[in-house]
Ligand binder design. Structure first.
Ligand code: SF4
Length: 257
């Protein structure tokens, strides 16, 4: 059994863990996933709350952080899944919106022998820094070039936060996957080239591009305005900057150079 450790290496005592978990706002959980932490059989917990308001967010029902699932339900479930699942993913919403509860959850999850993973947009880099030692893998959303963040997230300083979060993840050497949702009304071809160039300059070598999905999007206008425009020629241009770019699985892009 591993000790309860926080990023500074000191045990987080039960008197802190128990109330943090009791106050945790979980909007739901998925009992099994093979895609949320690539290469792992995971349960996925969805944290409520997010300080950003990305127009394409497909989990907008989680923004206000209503508690739907008590932690004890999750813990009982995980006890029954020992040996069947090997990891737990904390997703959202935005886990960093309730970092103390997430820290406690990650510690308990590790104690039970599961690997730990988290999806985040890096909304609060200092909170992320405290969690990195508790994580085996991070799925980090990159919204676009950092200068375009305010338009996409509705938050003025979001680009600065995201850049700092990315630099922390890279410096910590935690396994990670960077992912970008491409919506044609929010990211132009020039934006994509600028973003990939920025990421390459920061030392990123791999990026997963995902198509916008209208399911769950609260912005009805945006949901119907998406026209997939990522072409093989643009894909080739992006790959000339960063060779390892994973493209959406659309027929015209399968086999793109
Ligand atoms: S950061 Fe993520 S959860 Fe928050 S609004 Fe944006 S897409 Fe939704």
């Amino acid at each position: 059994m591993s000790p309860h450790l926080h990023a500074g290496g000191c045990p987080l005592p039960p008197r802190v863990i128990a109330p943090a978990l009791a106050a945790m706002r979980l909007g739901g959980f998925v009992p099994w996933s093979s895609v949320d932490y690539p290469g792992h059989q995971s349960a996925v917990l969805f944290c409520g709350g997010c300080p950003w308001r990305c127009r394409y967010c497909h989990n907008s029902h989680l923004w206000h952080g209503t508690a739907e699932v008590p932690w004890r339900t999750v813990e009982e479930f995980l006890e029954r899944r020992r040996g069947l699942l090997d990891a737990v993913v904390i997703s959202g919403g935005e886990p960093l919106a309730q970092a103390q509860a997430v820290a406690a959850a990650l510690q308990v999850i590790r104690d039970k022998g599961f690997a730990t993973a988290m999806h985040t947009a890096g909304v609060a880099p200092r909170r992320l820094a405290r969690l990195l030692a508790l994580l085996d893998w991070v799925g980090l959303d990159i919204k676009g070039p950092f200068a375009r963040y305010p338009t996409i997230t509705g938050s003025r300083r979001s680009g600065l936060a995201a850049r700092a979060a990315l630099e922390m993840v890279l410096a910590a050497g935690v396994a990670c996957e960077l992912r970008t949702t491409v919506h044609s009304a929010l990211l132009s071809a020039a934006d994509l080239v600028a973003m990939v160039t920025e990421l390459r300059e920061l030392g990123v070598s791999r990026l997963v591009l995902k198509d916008f999905r209208s399911q769950g999007c609260a912005d009805a206008g945006l949901a119907v305005r998406h026209r997939p425009w990522l072409t093989p020629a643009l894909a080739a241009r992006l790959r000339a900057i960063m060779p390892d770019i994973v493209l959406p699985g659309r027929p015209e892009l399968v086999g793109a150079p």
